[in-house]
Design a protein. Structure first.
Length: 272
């Protein structure tokens, strides 16, 4: 017969193992759930990235559910659910885009987000009216104070969508931590290879105004691979078809920027 002390130790060890097993699900926090947002995007976004606002207005359930999720949980108040840089970036990109769509749907029909002014003429992007993790943010807080300042990835500019015709198209799926790198590369490539965003005609290289507004972000990103002082063109040529990129490098065109079209990215308008 085993000594009494040894039996007690075994019982204590077994109890400890049981408690650890029971606690394991609580300790392993679940990843943030984007399923409701995925359904909203599938229902409300066309293959070319325009938005079916009327459809979402008539069927707002999934979008409303996701906005409520954002209000309750963020990397700020639940950091354990966003353990990686990719998880945090994906959250804030999705939050920005979902807040924009949600606000437009509430005020639809309309012609432009520039028509959305609140209170004392405060602009749509500047008023702190969007709740994430129990804290209020403006869209500018999210884009400039969080995404640009913390993560310093120029590709963010091709992921966030401001509900306007000249914005990068809204992706039909959420940005996800495990896919984020590939999704950002795809969004950047798709944007730069569209003529309405980047087009060389004669001795002029026409660029989206985004490259003018955030010039420092793009030149910083280009610095590692540029010979001499980096430029926005150095960044752009990395994503152009090889023949076009070689032409730009060889001919060194002057740069002009397109006017930005703030017309709502409404699928109904595009189909008229």
């Amino acid at each position: 017969m085993a000594p009494r002390g040894r039996n007690v130790k075994r019982k204590v060890a077994g109890l400890a193992a049981l408690l650890v097993a029971l606690a394991a699900p609580a300790l392993a926090e679940e990843a943030f759930d984007y399923s409701s947002y995925a359904r909203a995007l599938e229902r409300g976004v066309t293959p070319d990235g325009r938005v079916r606002y009327q459809e979402l207005k008539e069927n707002p359930g999934d979008l409303n559910d996701f906005v409520r999720q954002l209000a309750a949980t963020s990397p700020e108040n639940r950091p354990e659910r966003f353990p990686t840089r990719e998880a945090q970036m994906a959250y804030w990109i999705n939050a920005y885009n979902a807040f924009v769509v949600h606000e437009v749907v509430k005020n639809y029909p309309m012609e432009s987000v520039r028509d959305l002014k609140f209170g004392f003429g405060l602009l749509f992007f500047k008023r702190q009216r969007f709740v994430a993790g129990g804290k209020r943010y403006s869209l500018d807080d999210i884009e400039h104070g969080i995404l640009r300042q913390r993560y310093r990835d120029a590709r963010i500019h091709f992921a966030v969508n401001c509900a306007s015709a000249s914005c990068p198209p809204l992706r039909r799926e959420p940005y996800l931590p495990e896919k984020l790198e590939a999704q950002l590369e795809d969004a950047t490539l798709s944007f730069i290879q569209r003529r309405e965003n980047v087009w060389m005609r004669g001795d002029v290289l026409f660029l989206s105004a985004i490259f003018d507004w955030y010039k420092d972000d793009f030149t910083r990103a280009a610095a590692a691979k540029a010979n001499g002082k980096p430029t926005v063109v150095d960044y752009v040529t990395r994503y152009l078809p090889l023949e076009t990129a070689e032409r730009v490098k060889r001919e060194k065109p002057r740069v002009e920027f397109y006017n930005y079209d703030w017309t709502l990215n409404d699928a109904a308008v595009a189909s008229d």
